[in-house]
Every structure is written in structure tokens, then in C-alpha cells.
Design a protein around this ligand. Structure first.
Ligand SMILES: [Mg+2]
Length: 304
């Protein structure tokens, strides 16, 4: 089973009350109702040394920043407003106070930038040579709109992305900018049907929207914005489709809404329309030579 299959299995084991949990297992964040007037959204991400970062290359400040930024990107994926986070760490043997302070510096740097307070956490230490691990649980609140889910894509929707994709393997992933402000701004300008953040690669994350919405998609390869780092890869298109850790937004909206957005968007981060939603149930890609091919899911696999 891959991550998506096991997540779906978990979701089937217990039925959550839709009233108490407006959004349950399987989206970028879950939503919990606290009272008639208030809900809170929650996400958690665990990062491991040797898997999600390499302490031989990255500084602890960068690791703290990235751990927060990954969860902030999930807040962006739902167009919600980050509020607070708790951070748990499993320290490698010999980890000292100075190192903890450096890690803390990265955590609060990201938190301050995006308005998310560090409100607690937990520190544990390994006895042997086990690697460093860090886990963030982050809470957010609704913005001006309902949280944007993965499951709302409609046949005929335009598919858009922010920024440029690919090349995260060349290092841009350690200090990326989660698109929190952009998501809130886009959601305020137009009506979005579905959204996700690109953590595992366009092919994987678009597939999640298609599966959750029961639709298909056609992507035009010539319209995919490829980053400068992605252009340096051996196969830039494959890098943009599959490498992951872009942490850009992928969203769908009605054709007319996409025209309105592209015409009026004045943000620093560009938005590109890369395709459209179909009823085929499968993902296809128009290759540079004009041929249509099935778009295979080749993004990052967590349980690999
Ligand atoms: Mg996500």
C-alpha cells in the first residue's frame, strides 16, 4: 500500500461525525468544530534526518525553518490562516543547548514570517546513534472563505499553479516560501473549487485532487512553469512533474474565474494555467511534440 491507500483505509475504519469534524482524514488539514461559531484546522508533519533533510548539509536553523514551512504550506493549501504550532523533537545523542537554540531560531523565523506562534512542544533524546527527528503540529483558522478542499474540482475547471516547479533536489527546498498570503489572496479574489500544495510532485498531487473529486485532468506540458533549478536537471519536465517539494499551490476553478484571476492578479508570485479538468477519470499530458500520453504518478512515495 502507498500512503494514499493506507490513509484511505484509516479513514474507512472510523466514521467521523460531519458536524463535529467538517473535514476529516485525507485532506491537507482536518477541521474540528469547537463551538457553533468556531472551528480549528490541524495538520502534522514529521521530518527525519537522512530522509527529509541531511544534517550533514543543512544547518539546524534551516531544518527548524523547513519543519514549520511544510506545515505552513498545508495551511496555505486550504486557504486558512496559521495560528500556532507545537514542535516535538527527538534529539540525537550529544545534541547540546546551543544546537537546540539554533533549531529554535529557525522555527520562530518561519513562525514570525507567517504569523504562527510557537506555543509548546516536547523534547526527547535518543540513547544510541538514532537520527534526529522533528514533528510539527500546526493549527489554523478559517480565512474569509470556507477551507478549500481537494474534493471540489469540477469537469471543465481550469487547473493553475503558483510559482515554478522542479529542481528541489538542487537545494531550493530548504528555505522555501509557503504560499500562505497568496492562497488567502487568491481565495478572496475568485471562487476556488479545489486546492492542494505541491509537496510530493505535480503528478502525485494532481492525482490526489482527481481521486478526491472523481475527475480526470489534461495537463499541457508547454504551460508548466519550470524553475531555474529544474531547467538544470537532466529532464526538466520530469523534474517539474515528479521531484516534489515545490510547495507551490495547485488549484482548480471555473474557466471564467481563472480568466478573472489571471487578468487581475498582481502578486509577486506568478500564476500559470497548465490544464483543465476532464470527466475521463484519468490524467493525461500533452507532450512537447503534441502527443497525448497518460500522466503517470511518479512523485515522492513516503512508504517506499
Ligand atoms: Mg499538503
Amino acid at each position: 500500500m502507498g500512503e494514499d491507500e493506507i490513509t484511505a483505509w484509516f479513514a474507512q475504519q472510523r466514521r467521523l461525525s460531519g458536524e463535529d469534524f467538517p473535514i476529516g482524514v485525507g485532506d491537507d488539514m482536518a477541521e474540528i468544530r469547537l463551538s457553533e461559531a468556531a472551528t480549528v484546522l490541524i495538520t502534522t508533519d514529521m521530518l527525519l534526518d537522512g530522509v527529509h533533510f541531511d544534517l550533514g548539509k543543512a544547518t539546524l536553523r534551516q531544518v527548524g525553518y523547513k519543519a514549520m514551512a511544510v506545515s505552513l504550506s498545508d495551511c496555505a493549501a486550504m486557504a486558512t490562516v496559521p495560528v500556532g504550532a507545537v514542535v516535538s523533537v527527538a534529539l540525537a545523542k550529544g545534541f547540546d543547548e546551543e544546537q537546540l537554540k539554533e533549531l529554535h531560531g529557525g522555527i520562530v523565523e518561519a513562525g514570525d514570517k507567517y504569523g504562527c506562534a510557537l506555543v509548546g512542544g516536547d523534547i526527547t533524546s535518543w540513547r544510541g546513534d538514532e537520527p534526529f527527528a522533528i514533528s510539527v503540529a500546526m493549527l489554523s483558522r478559517r480565512g474569509a472563505t470556507e477551507p478549500i478542499r481537494r474534493s471540489g474540482a469540477k469537469v471543465g475547471d481550469a487547473i493553475c499553479v503558483t510559482g515554478a516547479l522542479g529542481g528541489a533536489l538542487l537545494g531550493k527546498h530548504s528555505e522555501f516560501e509557503p504560499r500562505v498570503a497568496e492562497a488567502l489572496k487568491i481565495a478572496a479574489m475568485v471562487s476556488l473549487n479545489a486546492m492542494i500544495d505541491l509537496s510530493d510532485g505535480l503528478s502525485s498531487d494532481l492525482n490526489r485532487i482527481c481521486k478526491a473529486s472523481g475527475v480526470g485532468a489534461v495537463i499541457d506540458s508547454s504551460r508548466i512553469p519550470i524553475s531555474d533549478e529544474g531547467q538544470k536537471m537532466k529532464d526538466p519536465l520530469a523534474s517539474a512533474l515528479n521531484d516534489g517539494e515545490d510547495f507551490e499551490l495547485l488549484f482548480t476553478l471555473a474557466e471564467g474565474e481563472s480568466e478573472k484571476l489571471l487578468k487581475n492578479w498582481d502578486g509577486d508570485v506568478p500564476i500559470a494555467r497548465i490544464g483543465w479538468v476532464t470527466e475521463s477519470g484519468k490524467m493525461e499530458i500533452k507532450m512537447p511534440d503534441g502527443q497525448m500520453r497518460d500522466l503517470e504518478v511518479r512523485g515522492y512515495e513516503h512508504l517506499g
